[in-house]
Design a protein around this ligand. Structure first.
Ligand code: ADP
Ligand code: ADP
Length: 227
């Protein structure tokens, strides 16, 4: 079953002499539960693509459909709600809120939606993330690996259909990298979540079901690695 469809998406930044075509008429679709690695040289348009899929950067032209919703046809309020419920975004540099503790950072998407935290589910999630003895810590009291696990908790708390990660291990050593990828793979398998990861690490890319290569704003290769 198709969960994501990208139709003729282009993104142009700037104008005149600073005009850059970051994405040039990109189309592809992803099935529910797929784990897709997005690879390609620096500056090829990978982050731009992920941000457009995540509803945080509007394409210049083209459409993004997530579970048949044309996300850029929504108004800003509807899009913000859709994003919080359906999309989990994970960045290289965590983007945690420094004045909120671990529990508050993880549950933020629920609070913004005026929804109750299910204490049992939160407990299970913190246990899986290995953060149960860190619930009251602030981000700057945690190691890099722990901060990324908090960011993953925040991305997963709503059990989103689509999880998007931009170089999630780019700032971590190999042991922490492996833990983070194992967590994302576990969630992908357990909840049949669809996972797209931008990575420069061939070891990570080769664990995916499919590898999409982006170059100069275009998809130049789209390979099935395993079925
Ligand atoms: P990648 O993630 O593959 O490194 P990006 O998507 O970050 O590539 O960038 C693609 C191209 O778009 C690059 O040439 C970059 O300089 C340009 N770009 C990205 N973001 C912006 C922006 N906010 N304003 C102007 N140009 C941008
Ligand atoms: P890792 O094995 O993930 O690299 P570190 O060696 O960085 O972990 O940290 C070891 C422990 O010290 C972690 O449990 C972390 O919670 C704690 N810690 C790291 N930095 C700080 C800090 N600035 N303030 C308080 N505790 C910290």
């Amino acid at each position: 079953m198709e969960i994501l469809r990208v139709e003729n998406v282009s993104k142009i930044y700037g104008k005149g002499q600073t005009r850059v075509t970051a994405l040039d008429n990109v189309s592809f679709s992803v099935n529910k539960g797929e784990f897709v690695a997005i690879v390609g040289p620096s500056g090829s348009g990978k982050s731009t693509l992920l941000h457009i899929l995540g509803g945080v950067d509007r394409p210049t032209s083209g459409k993004v459909l997530i579970e048949e919703t044309d996300i850029y046809a929504l108004n800003e309020t509807q899009l913000a709600i859709f994003r919080r419920r359906q999309i989990g975004l994970i960045y290289q540099f965590y983007n945690l809120i420094p004045i909120l503790n671990v529990k508050e950072n993880v549950t933020l998407p629920l609070l913004l939606d005026n929804r109750q935290v299910d204490p049992k589910r939160l407990d299970e999630l913190l246990e899986t993330l290995g953060l149960k003895d860190r619930v009251n810590h602030l981000p700057n009291q945690l190691s890099g690996g722990q901060q990324q696990r908090v960011a993953i908790g925040r991305a997963l708390i709503n059990q989103p259909a689509l999880v998007l990660a931009d170089e999630p291990t780019g700032n971590l050593d190999s042991k922490n990298s492996k833990e983070i990828i194992d967590l994302l793979k576990l969630s992908n398998r357990l909840y049949h979540q669809t996972l797209l990861i931008i990575t420069h690490d061939p070891q990570i890319a080769l664990q995916a079901d499919r590898m999409i290569t982006v170059e100069d704003g275009r998809i130049i290769k789209d390979e099935v690695i395993r079925t």
